[in-house]
Ligand binder design. Structure first.
Ligand SMILES: [Zn+2]
Length: 231
C-alpha cells in the first residue's frame, strides 16, 4: 500500500484473527485476517500512523554500532569497502584491492579500539587532502579566496564559514559521494560571497551546484550513515 509516507506490505491470512504490525529494516509489514476490507486496513494504518512514524524515526536514528571486525563495511566517497584484519608487527591501515586492510599485532586480541583509531586517522588525513584540493579548485571557479581551510570533528554540521572566510569541514563528509562533497564545498565557499541563506545566496550556490536541493535532501536522509566512528 502506497497511500502513506512509508511503504506498507499487507499480508492477508486466514490464520489470523487480529492484525499485527512489524517494523524491520525501515519496512512496515501488516498482517491482517483475510476478512478485512481495503478500507478497514487503511483505517487501521491511519490509526497507527503516529506510532509507526515515531518508530521508524527512532529505528533509523540508531545505526548498528560498528565492531571494527573483519567483514564489516566502511564508506569512503560514497562507496563501501570491506574491512580486513591481518596480523603484522606494525599497526597500519590502507585502502587496497577494494578493502580497508588493517594490520594489527596478533597479540592485540580484541583490536576494536586499535582499528577504530587507525581508521579515524586514515579518514582524517584523506579528508584533509581531498577537501583542501577541492576547495582550492572551486574557489578559483567561484572567484573567492578562503582565508583558511581546516578539517575537524563536528558533531552535527558538515562545514562552516566565518565572516573572515575561515572555512572548516567535518571530516566525516568524505564518507559521502563526491557530488555531495562538491555541494558542501560550494555551500561554504558561497558564504564568502553572501554570509546568509538568502535567496540571493542560493542563486550563487545554484550556479556551481545545480542539484543543491537534491544534495541537501541526501544529507538529511543519510546523515546517520555518515557517522563513521559510532560504536
Ligand atoms: Zn550555510
Amino acid at each position: 500500500m502506497d497511500a502513506f509516507p512509508f511503504h506498507v506490505t499487507v499480508i492477508r491470512t486466514s490464520r489470523k484473527r487480529s492484525a499485527s504490525i512489524r517494523l524491520a529494516d525501515g519496512k512496515v509489514t501488516l498482517r491482517v485476517p483475510d476478512t478485512l476490507s481495503d478500507k478497514q486496513i487503511k483505517d487501521l494504518i491511519l490509526k497507527k500512523m503516529r506510532w509507526i512514524k515515531q518508530k521508524l524515526k527512532t529505528l533509523s536514528a540508531r545505526p548498528t554500532p560498528k565492531q571494527y571486525a573483519s567483514g564489516e563495511r566502511f564508506a569512503y566517497l560514497g562507496k563501501q569497502y570491506t574491512l580486513k584484519r591481518i596480523n603484522g608487527p606494525v599497526p597500519s591501515i590502507k585502502l587496497t584491492h577494494g578493502c580497508f586492510e588493517a594490520t594489527v599485532r596478533e597479540s592485540a586480541g580484541n583490536s576494536k579500539a586499535i582499528i577504530r583509531s587507525l581508521l579515524i586517522d586514515w579518514y582524517q588525513s584523506h579528508a584533509e587532502k581531498y577537501l583542501i584540493d577541492k576547495t582550492q579548485r572551486f574557489a578559483k571557479q567561484i572567484g573567492v579566496t578562503p582565508h583558511s581551510i581546516t578539517v575537524k570533528h563536528y558533531k552535527s554540521r558538515w562545514g562552516s564559514c566565518s565572516v573572515h572566510g575561515d572555512i572548516a569541514y567535518n571530516w566525516q563528509i568524505i564518507l559521502a559521494p563526491h557530488w555531495i562533497v562538491d555541494y558542501v564545498v560550494v555551500h561554504e565557499l558561497c558564504h564568502i560571497l553572501e554570509h546568509n541563506h538568502s535567496s540571493h545566496y542560493w542563486k550563487h550556490v545554484e550556479r556551481y551546484s545545480p542539484n543543491w536541493r537534491e544534495c541537501r535532501q541526501w544529507l538529511t536522509n543519510n546523515s546517520n550513515n555518515l557517522d563513521a566512528v559510532n560504536g
